[in-house]
Design a protein around this ligand. Structure first.
Ligand SMILES: O=C[C@H](O)[C@H](O)[C@H](O)COP(=O)(O)O
Length: 258
């Protein structure tokens, strides 16, 4: 009996030790595996592909460039931002434009948060307008992200909604949204630049902060905000994404589909 207890104790110690020492994947690696899996699953020869913006898509573009070289694929890439355009060019990929390629087979993009129905908050990096236009032209929008973006509902973890606005209207829009829906809208300021952050489209970003969550009806609130003159677009991507790939801490990729 005593021996059996000793064996059990040693076994538990070994198990505990191996758990403690199990390598946890970094967030960067989690982004990489998600983006690579999406590129592997959705990129085929002769397609028009939307290239999203942010840090996660960088890994996807690297993987795409590798596949294009190795498999001699013909892929036309449509950018969603200045960043995406230069990612495409720097990786030797074919740059397309919506004027020539208004219908995309698929767009792959990151997200700041994604709920169980794959509604997303985007625009943390200020690129929401072109991202939404490109996504709306794609037959399929695929989200790539690390596991921290995988939420039950929007604003569960990401506590702001970016809104792109015409510069002349930012004060009336801020006042209007605060009085209609509450919360606090802050003009996003530039980093290493005096004054506000100016988007790729020459607009400003208002970041809408709130206590808890502003609504449970994000579709409805999105429609109402879009009706305010001067609002160019919001970071709410409702009913647009079909599939998400999340890089998990244990090195696996969680695939979610709606
Ligand atoms: O404005 C930025 C975009 O919406 C990005 O796709 C989003 O912020 C996610 O970026 P990341 O891949 O860096 O988390």
């Amino acid at each position: 009996m005593l021996l059996r207890n000793k064996v059990k104790y040693t076994f538990n110690l070994i198990r505990l030790f191996s758990q403690v020492n199990q390598p946890k994947m970094s967030l960067e690696s989690a982004k990489r595996i998600a983006a690579e899996r999406a590129i592997d699953n959705h990129v085929k020869d002769n397609i028009v592909l939307g290239i999203g913006s942010g840090s996660t898509i960088v890994y996807g573009v690297q993987r795409l460039a590798e596949r294009v070289r190795n498999e001699n694929l013909n892929i036309i890439c449509i950018p969603t931002s200045f960043q995406a355009k230069h990612l495409i060019l720097d990786n030797g990929l074919t740059l397309g434009e919506l004027d020539k390629n208004p219908v995309l087979d698929v767009a792959i993009d990151g997200a700041d948060e994604c709920d169980i129905e794959l509604n997303c908050i985007k625009g943390g990096g200020g690129c929401l307008l072109q991202e939404k236009i490109v996504a709306s032209c794609a037959k399929n929008l695929i989200i790539v992200a690390d596991h921290t973006k995988n939420s039950q509902y929007l604003t569960e973890r990401y506590k702001k909604i970016p809104i792109e606005v015409s510069p002349i209207a930012y004060v009336p829009i801020k006042t209007r949204i605060e009085s209609l829906f509450g919360g606090d809208l802050k003009l996003r300021m530039g980093v290493a630049k005096a004054g506000p952050c100016v988007t790729d489209n020459g607009n400003f970003i208002l970041d809408w902060f709130f206590e808890g969550s502003p609504t449970t009806d994000f579709d409805g609130i999105n429609r109402e905000i879009m009706m305010i003159p001067g609002v160019v677009d919001t970071g709410l991507f409702i009913g647009m994404a079909r599939k998400a790939y999340y890089g998990m801490a244990d090195g696996s990729v969680l695939e979610k589909e709606v």
